[in-house]
Design a protein around this ligand. Sequence first.
Ligand code: SF4
Length: 159
Amino acid sequence: MATRQEVYAAIDSERDYQENLSRNEFKQQTPMEHVSIIRTIVNRSDDHWYDVAGQLPMDFMRKIAGVAVRAMEQHGAPKRGGDLSAKYVQYEHHGTTVWVDASLKGKHREHCLCFACEKFRPGTPENCPIAQATFENCVKFNTTTPVFECPEFVQIQQV
Ligand code: SF4
């Protein structure tokens, strides 16, 4: 058994070794190149396990972990669960502070069927009753509600 601290120290020693490899001419490698290196080490561990009666030195694990660490150093190290604090943001919308998925902010027109529908007449008495009711609900509760699905949709004809 080893403590996590001892494990990380072993991986650190592997990283130092990797950085000083004389054949390490490709300093920057893609994520899939790192995966390929890991696969090579896994294949070698299979051979060793076969050759030496089912035994596997933890050196193989240290090497695999070192390559995985190197990949994350070069391409980012996302934490488990992601950074939710960056996923949702607040902003002022029609005088009210609202929350929104940052990737969808200001994009409701791109996704709402109404903006491609013949029946959409915002601000007029002829407006589609479904769209009007949706709009009034948004005004009442300060929400933004794109219509993703609608049985009454009629696509605007291209000129
Ligand atoms: S029919 Fe549906 S898609 Fe068309 S304006 Fe009304 S709610 Fe929007």
